[in-house]
Design a protein. Sequence first.
Length: 371
Amino acid sequence: MFKKIFFFLLLFSSIAFSQEQKLSPLTEVSIFTCGRGDQLYSTFGHTALRIKDTENQLDVVYNYGAFDFRTENFYLKFVKGDLQYFMNVTSFEDFIFEYQLDEREVIEQTLNLSLNKKQELFETLNASLYSTEKYYTYKFIDRNCTTMVTDKINSLFDGKILEKVDDKSISYREVLYPYFEDYFWYKLGINVIFGIKTDAKAEKLFLPIELLNSLDKAKIDGKSLVSEKKIIVKGTEKPASFSFLNSIYLIIALLLLVIVINKRILFLSYLFVCGLLGVFLGLVGFYSEHQEILWNYNTLLFSPLFLILPFAKNKSFKILCNLSLILLVIYTGFMITKPHLMIMLPFIITGFYILLKLNGYVPSKLLSSVK
């Protein structure tokens, strides 16, 4: 324990001293692109920046992905969108050890920068580290570990040398889809909570892999920005394994069970829960500063009107059912071209079936009228 404390004191003393330190010609600046992890916050991978100067015995990694779980009202701040992330600095060995432990790939791209540019970047990073600039308000698309590193590199030049080179014709939602192939509940949650912004064309560079691809294509004065690219940690791909509990089939089975039981109280209870979800989506959209969850059209599917249905009678009940059906038709039409149509389809079909049954229409002759 004492050795670890001593090491960190030595490291931070070195960085503090290095704010006025001149880098040697042997200095290397590189970008790390780290593979995805099992936790939701690590699903998309990570970006960090390394500065290595063997002559000055310096080898540190600047990381913009730090946050503190001990922050007061952590989850409320995260939902609202004013949670403060911050930059920290660690030794190369400590940074890499974590990824070796998790068997997550780390790719290093060494940048072809002049010594003056390296010095400028070094001083800028250290100035940020010892000021309020180390903190930033995290935004899923607009401000994260990747965009922060991108901005630092771009700030070294007059124009933007790092811009997105990946497909800009697809939506942000489609860009994210491959990351959830084996994580059904993450995929469902993201598609329920995200609003209309994620259906816009994905023109901003915001993912680690996008920065890696942009670095490969970037040039300075006709020369490639990346002078060397190598794998520091070889990741291990975990074989995909099917799990019924982690698949859409569980949702389908539960919804079929609701339909087959065919009880009015169960139908109304299901709709009431959907209504609560709709109220949550609406309220969180007003409360949060995350633009990704604003204007969430899933409130048409999980309509807050469902909360009134259990207490409505006769004509009022039929009017609410018909209005809910109209909203569901609008939602279905809107979803036709959306990539997450299939994942939401079981809820759409169940919603139609239950509302029609409650309204006195029997969609299937195989089932009796609702009890």
